[in-house]
Design a protein around this ligand. Structure first.
Ligand SMILES: Cc1cc2nc3c(=O)[nH]c(=O)nc-3n(C[C@H](O)[C@H](O)[C@H](O)COP(=O)(O)OP(=O)(O)OC[C@H]3O[C@@H](n4cnc5c(N)ncnc54)[C@H](O)[C@@H]3O)c2cc1C
Ligand SMILES: *[C@@H]1O[C@H](CO)[C@@H](O)[C@H](O)[C@H]1NC(C)=O
Ligand SMILES: *[C@@H]1O[C@H](CO)[C@@H](O)[C@H](O)[C@H]1NC(C)=O
Ligand SMILES: *[C@@H]1O[C@H](CO)[C@@H](O)[C@H](O)[C@H]1NC(C)=O
Ligand SMILES: *[C@@H]1O[C@H](CO)[C@@H](O)[C@H](O)[C@H]1NC(C)=O
Length: 574
């Protein structure tokens, strides 16, 4: 069968594989191989993008792949998910990842390709925003005022240079990052190496505070404005987040979201990929498949899967063996057991932020007394926070400081089906569970232990909380400064996407890592790597023994990777 696939792989093998690695017999062997079986574990941004891009590369280069996506939950999107207030799907709201920007090429292109409608995430929200330090609002702004008036307010308080320098630094940093999408930086086998090559190590290796100081951004602006952004975006104070995430936090200009939920981008991607999708299915282990006979040279994997919907603990080996496996979820939370030797480059456990996201509906508005104010009209709709005057900047619960939470926003109005009246929809980001006591103070009305319903003996006419949904995420890493990142290839034909998260954790960057892995798989199938040929390995002995095309790919670019450990150890008091 002389399909374009067979011709291409033979040509690729002859052109690119050194004879010591691939004999003519093996090239034929590869030609005779059945369709490449690829497993993707996790259908979040990374896994969905990997499936979508692998399919599009495979089509473009005429290679045959069969993709299977395994997803533990019943939905596609992972941390990108919506909830329905009052169970009404036309009032849905983002519980996880809520915004992206136009410069997010993968997200934006997908939005257009799939004919999804963009939405301005702020369109229905209150136009007023304040930054509270636990005692007072250090800065407030009304976005319905003119741009010039607001600019004037910023300049009056923080001067002209601090915002300007921050903006310039942000643009320069994002521009460097965007080069990662193009040759010769894309695809990449080592994120660490690219971080050095793009000069981004100067921003990932410093805290946001150090980076801003180095660029002569005034302390007050850094403390109030930039820190409010790192807190709402990454639940981190400036001394506990690296410069790259700090700059990403300052880049929400032109923020957008998908009408009906951002998860739809990933759902469409998976659909377009033609992958077989196993929902409610957890992968519990990955092991080497036994080699069938002496002439089969590829490493293949056997995975065990478990249904997460059934009560029984049934678990079994999946009937298909895989040539490639993509782990597209933070490994430390995945409950995947890898057999001895499978993960050749150990995947480090990294500290994640535990974030409480609480969404609820209420007919009440904030009590001005909570914020030390008297006039309800002076309380902003969106409340970001920064550290108080006597707060020590740490992480976690203490890190929230006197304010006690990272942000509270009044998202928009919703209809309560019981009263058929409009109410307010709120979202709180906090390091700890929200308590009825806290909500009682926030709204100046008794909130019962059960949250919803009326408190005993309450005289108010309406229940203070009519719909309530608390959720806890391991939302993203605590992005401490670091100069090395988990690389995407962890074994022959075994890939890992979440190393991206300590670099930048967003839907887009994880989707980029998914695309990168898809490209690495394609290059491996073709037996050569385009645009990276300057890095050809010269007879490097593989640590994986016999490995064919995989071996060549795997060896390439090795040796340049600094072996230093992340700088996490510096922060002993975590
Ligand atoms: C509250 C919150 C707000 C955020 N805000 C934004 C934002 O505004 N903009 C932005 O860009 N990013 C935001 N982020 C970050 C963004 O959500 C993540 O960076 C991104 O969604 C991660 O995608 P992922 O595919 O790498 O991982 P995930 O989305 O976590 O996907 C991994 C998937 O793997 C599945 N899985 C895990 N283990 C197994 C297993 N053993 N077998 C099978 N499946 C498994 C999981 O169920 C999950 O669906 C936010 C995150 C949170 C939590
Ligand atoms: C593709 O993978 C699925 C398993 O996910 C398997 O059932 C199917 O037989 C495979 N198809 C081919 C053509 O290999
Ligand atoms: C060895 O395994 C390959 C791949 O599964 C198969 O195509 C081939 O027929 C086998 N050869 C022998 C001699 O069994
Ligand atoms: C997954 O499980 C959920 C809840 O147990 C169930 O409602 C849903 O129908 C299941 N979906 C699939 C595709 O099995
Ligand atoms: C769902 O919400 C929409 C929009 O707010 C509203 O028009 C509709 O009546 C609601 N449906 C129910 C069943 O409450």
């Amino acid at each position: 069968m002389a399909s374009p696939l067979s011709l291409r792989s033979i040509v690729a093998a002859i052109l690119y594989l050194s004879p010591s690695v691939c004999t003519a017999q093996e090239a034929v062997q590869q030609d005779g191989l059945p369709i490449r079986q690829v497993a993707i574990i996790g259908a979040g941004a990374a896994g969905s993008s990997a499936a979508y891009h692998l399919r599009s590369y495979a089509d473009k280069y005429g290679v045959a792949v069969n993709i299977t996506v395994f997803e533990k939950t019943a939905h596609i999107g992972g941390r990108t998910l919506t909830v329905n207030p009052f169970g009404n799907s036309s009032q849905r709201v983002e519980l996880g990842a809520s915004i992206f920007i136009q410069k997010n090429h993968i997200m934006y292109k997908a939005l257009e390709e799939f004919n999804l409608s963009p939405r301005d995430p702020d369109e229905d929200s209150d136009s007023t925003l304040g930054i509270w330090d636990g005692d007072e609002f250090v800065f407030t702004i009304d976005q319905s005022d003119s741009f010039w008036w607001n600019a004037y307010k910023v300049f009056m308080k923080y001067g002209y240079l601090a915002p300007r320098r921050t903006q310039q630094l942000m643009v320069a940093t994002i521009d460097k990052f965007l080069r990662l999408y193009e040759e010769p930086y894309f695809p990449f086998r080592s994120l660490t190496q690219r971080t050095y090559e793009l000069g981004l190590v100067d921003v990932t290796g410093l805290t946001g505070e150090q980076l801003l100081k180095q660029n002569n951004v005034g302390d007050a602006y850094a403390h109030d404005i930039v820190q409010a952004s790192t807190r709402v975006n990454y639940a981190s104070n400036l001394v506990r987040i690296h410069g790259l995430d700090t700059m990403v936090s300052m880049a929400p200009e032109g923020a957008m979201a998908v009408k009906g939920g951002n998860w739809q981008i990933f759902s469409k991607m998976v659909k377009k990929s033609g992958a077989g999708v196993a929902l409610n299915t957890s992968i519990t282990s990955i092991a080497f498949a036994p080699k069938e006979n002496k002439t089969s040279f590829r490493t293949r994997y056997a995975v065990a899967a478990k249904s997460s919907s059934s009560l029984s603990d049934t678990q079994g080996e999946y009937p298909v063996l895989f040539d490639d496996v993509v782990i597209a979820t933070p490994y430390q939370f995945s409950k995947i057991a890898a057999a001895d030797g499978v993960i050749q480059h150990p995947i480090d456990s990294i500290p994640y932020v535990q974030l409480h996201v609480t969404i609820f509906a209420s007919p009440f508005q904030y009590s001005p007394a909570f914020f030390g104010l008297t006039d309800p009209k002076t309380v902003p709709g969106t409340i970001l926070t920064t550290l108080g005057k006597n707060d020590t900047p740490t992480s976690g619960v203490q890190g929230a400081g006197k304010a006690g939470f990272f942000s509270i926003s009044h998202l928009r109005k919703v209809v309560n089906p019981d009263t058929e009246k409009q109410e307010y929809l709120y979202k709180i980001f906090s390091p700890e569970k929200v308590t009825p006591e806290f909500l009682s103070r926030l709204f100046g009305v008794d909130v019962p232990e059960t949250f919803v319903g009326k408190a005993e003996g309450s005289t108010s006419s309406a229940a203070p909380i009519s719909w309530y949904l608390p959720h806890v995420f391991y939302s993203y890493p605590q992005a401490l400064p670091r100069v090395t990142f988990q690389d995407p290839i962890v074994g022959p034909g075994l890939y890992y996407t979440s190393g991206m998260e300590s670099f930048i954790s967003t839907m887009e960057t994880n989707a980029l890592m998914g695309k990168n892995v898809a490209r690495l798989i394609l290059d491996d199938i073709l037996g050569a790597s385009k645009g990276d040929s300057e890095m050809d390995s010269k007879g490097v002995e593989s640590e994986f023994g016999e490995g064919g095309a995989q071996k060549v790919i795997w060896d390439r670019g090795r040796g340049e990777i600094p072996k230093t450990r992340p700088t996490e150890a510096v922060f002993q008091d975590m």
